[in-house]
Design a binder for this molecule. Sequence first.
Ligand code: UT7
Length: 348
Amino acid sequence: MLRTKIAGIGKYVPENIVTNNDLLKYMDTSDEWIQERTGIKERRYAHRTKETTTTMGIEAAKVAIERAGITPQDIDFIIFATLSPDYYFPGCGVLLQREMKMGEIGALDIRNQCSGFVYGLSIADQFIKTGMYKNILLVGSEKHSFGLDFTTRGRNVTVIFGDGAGAVVLQPTTNENQGILSTHLHSDGADAEVLAMYNPGTHANYWKENLNSFDEAEIGQMFISHDMINNAQIFPNMDGQTVFKKAVVKFPEVIMEALSKNNLSTTDINLLVPHQANLRIAQFVQQKLKLSDDQVFNNIQKYGNTTAASIPIALCEAFELGKVNEGDLICLAAFGSGFTWGSALLRW
Ligand code: UT7
């Protein structure tokens, strides 16, 4: 039976380090508040004009492709996960295909926010297991810094997010002790507006009772208007406590679902790489599952929350630090906007 293995992994984070204290220039916050509530000490911001979500994805992809021992032209399918694309459309996948001079292969963009990488991994797994593709490039990349409210009004969201990219090359293997064992995907749209960027969009206030944000007189300017810009309705909006409360339930649940599907237990996990949403969430999950410090990898302290990029950046860093070895049982888990969440269990 074919399984899907990670044949190469890479990451890219911009050079520009932005500390918590650097954010004091723009908003009323403090290093103490940010560290206490999120664990974040600093994050990276992409160069304003010389780096995009796609170019960062390309840098991560180059490393993953080189480590897989192949060339960009060997890639036969692209999956690109992001919530901060270069263009509203087309997606980043085709820009990456063009810039990396790949053939006329399929390019799929997915919009699952924080769980984008896990969703992408699951999609890739299906294509590899059926024998359809042999070298899938999966990228998670975000340039959040371009679309955040840098005033005190937006501080609950802005201090959390950072820029960066991670990528993996996925290939088939017949080795039964290697590769993805299972993936588990979930969603619940009941709280879709709890963590969302409403505009620009085509909703035309259809979901108004939840949004309470639109001036009806603006017909004709409903996609994007000066009011939306002036009132910060073009930035991400989050009820952090609601997200937090749901996350600490769904993370353990979806991790246990993956373990029980494979008749494994928490003690079998060599490394859990959770989506880096908030260090407090990761610590809560660790405690709940009774995992040791060695069993969980976090790096949100250095990069903030990089959404679709956070799992591949963390997994890549763990790999580069020698914390991921052949045969290790790795668990990936994510929860975020939608809400969507998921997990993947794999042997390295
Ligand atoms: O990956 C996407 C998924 N997202 C998440 O998983 C995020 C989950 N949620 C969280 O991580 C937390 O809810 C936050 C870190 C976002 C916020 O922490 P909190 O403990 O839930 O704070 P809060 O939103 O309840 O706000 C508490 C206080 C408020 O002041 P008052 O009303 O008590 O006077 C906020 O105005 O903290 C204030 N506040 C801040 N103060 C300083 C909010 N943001 C900041 C800030 N600096 N950056």
